[in-house]
Design a protein around this ligand. Structure first.
Ligand SMILES: [Zn+2]
Length: 304
């Protein structure tokens, strides 16, 4: 492995130098103090590109770089942000090309690739847990629900929008689609369903015996098990890491039971859930690892 730059552009832009699967030196954060809102909200796509480049540039001056990886929310295909519910102004923006042109303007030739943010978290988990030779899937439970996959493979992988209910009243997904995983499990969706309660209160009330909350907590776990079962049906069994601010609500034992009710074929048995904490460094490392693998030519060009 060489020397890479990894960038995770979500609530903040976090940038770092990565060697041998870990961050070397300090992580650069912009803006320095984070908030729950996306600071990139409403910023024109060209300015987002400039903002990301400004974070990469100081690392370029100091070191020779073999590859640069950028993780950003949305459906990323062919270096283009095809759709990003969190950053709608970036729809159709050729971020990879824009950043590559900025590099070339400074006579820099390091290959740069952009990836979905959940996919770089999955790659970061794989790199930091000695799983780079395995299929690693992640559920990121926060405001919405992200699905990450390592190794990076061409595709859409919008697992958060897996249909887990045929009930047309299940309409809380941020994308507007009915019956989606995110519409049950996502933080935004929980607030819309229980207008009078925060997610913490829903889970606390369920433990205290409130039947409505208890029923919902069961549905919440069954929805996550169902989307996992769909992934297993398509790609086989394996390890599923659960992370994000709402991963604290997960009861792994309950998820295991529901999953086993849903997945019965012996060839599809053997999946495991693990709840883990991830941080900005996980994403930085994952972006760098994916970019490095792409630079070696082991990824399908441009995901098409
Ligand atoms: Zn959806």
């Amino acid at each position: 492995m060489g020397r890479m730059i990894g960038v995770l552009a979500a609530h903040q832009i976090a940038t770092g130098l990565v060697e041998h699967g870990r961050v070397v030196g300090s992580v650069r954060l912009y803006p320095e103090s984070g908030s729950s809102a996306y600071f990139l909200d409403g910023m024109p796509a060209e300015s987002i590109s400039q903002c990301i480049f400004d974070q990469i540039e100081p690392f370029l001056q100091k070191e020779s770089i073999d590859a640069i990886g950028v993780g950003i929310p949305g459906i990323i295909r062919g270096g283009i942000i095809q759709e990003s519910p969190n950053l709608p102004q970036t729809k159709g923006f050729k971020l990879e090309e824009s950043l590559t042109v900025a590099l070339k303007d400074r006579n820099l030739t390091a290959p740069l690739r952009i990836f979905n943010d959940a996919d770089v978290i999955a790659a970061g988990i794989a790199a930091t847990r000695d799983q780079l030779d395995k299929l690693v899937r992640t559920w990121h439970l926060g405001h919405g629900v992200g699905y990450g996959r390592y190794p990076w493979t061409a595709g859409v992988w919008e697992g958060g929008h897996t249909v887990v209910s045929l009930d047309p009243k299940e309409r809380f997904c941020g994308c507007g689609g009915r019956g989606h995983l995110e519409g049950i499990v996502g933080g935004r969706a929980m607030r819309l369903r229980f207008l009078d309660m925060e997610p913490e209160e829903i889970f606390a009330n369920a433990r205290a015996g409130d039947p409505r909350c208890a029923e919902f907590v069961k549905l919440w776990h069954r929805a996550l098990a169902a989307a996992t079962a769909t992934s297993i049906a398509m790609e086989g069994p394996g390890k599923f890491f659960i992370t994000g601010s709402n991963a604290r609500f997960v009861e792994v034992g309950r998820l295991d039971i529901y999953l086993h009710e849903m997945v019965r074929m012996s060839a599809l048995q053997g999946s495991q859930f693990e709840v883990i904490a991830t941080d900005l460094e996980t994403g930085i490392i994952g972006a760098a690892v994916n970019a490095e693998i792409a630079a070696r030519g082991n990824l399908t060009p441009h995901g098409q």
